[in-house]
Ligand binder design. Structure first.
Ligand code: RB5
Length: 144
């Protein structure tokens, strides 16, 4: 079964986002791109907050954000109380973000990953399942 996936990011993540959209289009998902739509310099919070609000409102199953380092988009997304945004730079970390932290936004450092790494990381996150149990107890303590 496919997912409803929100994607977004700044100019530093644009190329990676474009690749991931092409990749996910070949799978059975519904995608919505919150922008940006080219490599002109922009401010990442302008794209993160609308996406994060939509994920909080359960309009999407999860989001994937992209910037150069992943830090800016992750910091911005995590200001939203119901968002658990995690930076992933390996497939194992991406899987753990879902399995242990029930991350609902994955943050990708677009300037530091090649296409095969991107494919592995995204598929690893999508195919992972939250393990619940003691992890649910910890996740419940995150909001402040
Ligand atoms: C843009 O140059 C870069 O600062 C941005 O993409 C991101 O890495 C910020 O955290």
């Amino acid at each position: 079964m496919g997912f409803k996936i929100a994607l977004g990011g700044d100019h530093g993540g644009y190329k990676a986002k474009t690749f991931v959209i092409e990749m996910l289009t070949k799978q059975d998902h519904i995608l919505h791109d919150f922008g940006t739509n080219n490599e002109e310099s922009v401010d990442y919070p302008d794209f993160v907050h609308p996406l994060a609000t939509a994920v909080e409102n359960e309009e999407f199953d999860f989001g994937i954000l992209f910037c150069g380092s992943a830090n800016g988009v992750c910091m911005s997304a995590n200001k939203h109380q119901k968002i658990r945004a995690a930076i992933a730079w390996t497939a194992e970390i991406a899987a753990l973000a879902k399995q242990h932290n029930n991350a609902n936004v994955l943050c990708i450092p677009g300037r530091f990953l090649n296409e095969s790494e991107l494919e592995e990381i995204i598929n690893s996150y999508i195919n992972a399942t939250f393990e619940g149990g003691r992890h649910q107890r910890r996740v419940d303590k995150i909001p402040c």
